[in-house]
Design a protein around this ligand. Sequence first.
Ligand code: ATR
Length: 292
Amino acid sequence: MQIQNKFNHNTKIVGVIGHPIKHSFSPLMHNIAFELSGLNYIYLPFDVPPSALKDSLRGMIALGIKGFNVTIPLKEKVLPHLKDISEEASIIGAVNTIVNDDGILRGYNTDVLGVIESLLPYKDDLQGATVTVIGAGGASRSVIYSLIRNFKVERINIVNRTEQLAESLKDYFSTKMLFSNIKSYPLVPPDLVDVFRNSKLIVNTTSIGMYPDVDDAATTIPESFTKDQIVFDVVYTPVKTKLLKIAESQGASIITGLKMFVEQGAKSYEIWTGEQMPKEKVFKALESYLLS
Ligand code: ATR
């Protein structure tokens, strides 16, 4: 056996806290990135229920853990425990990245940056456009924030299974960001044909179509697209969801959830390490892993 002393007193620890945590692909992504760039870091998953959140952050400081990603159900709950919160995280009310700056915990929302980077190639198309966002949870907030702040869209439709939640998001963004051209709709397919047809961009922020229920999309979200439309799915297992496959086969432009996942991860990586993640290589490695 050849012994490799990879980790030592200089190794910096980062990780993800959440509950449950076993489905996260973040450890794989970040450890691939550290390996590729030769940084002396390790990324670990920590199963932290809400009752252990405060202690886990104390432990982070005591042990000198450099950073955490934060996932369900802690993204909102973590805010009161942080010293400093970035503008986007404070408007959205959710943090997905914490950095420990010598005992001072700062929070960011890099999902927003993941959305911005994913949509950037379509910036001109989105100016003044009508867009439709399916879902009204945390991912939806990141998407809507980015669309208002960075893409100057004209109108946003929020479509959600529970219409009341879409309605609350509508009120939330008109108050917090003074953007009032938002309409909410229940996710009832026959009524939505025109809403989807008139949208330049359609974003799925729900888990519809996620492995193992990969065929779900057909019954709930649109099936008819044009070449002028852009379809973005935040789901990345499978890499090409049913929604994206249909959209692509009809000539629409597609954006995968894997793109967004890597972009948000790259921003967290940069916040912790001060270095750029080798994004293209990491994307390729994850893509081939998920396709295998
Ligand atoms: P996330 O942080 O990933 O956005 P979330 O906050 O739990 O997760 O939000 C999940 C969103 O996906 C919600 O809008 C949810 O709809 P409801 O508000 O009606 O619960 C939506 N969603 C999840 N599974 C769905 C399904 N099978 N069909 C339709 N919508 C679904």
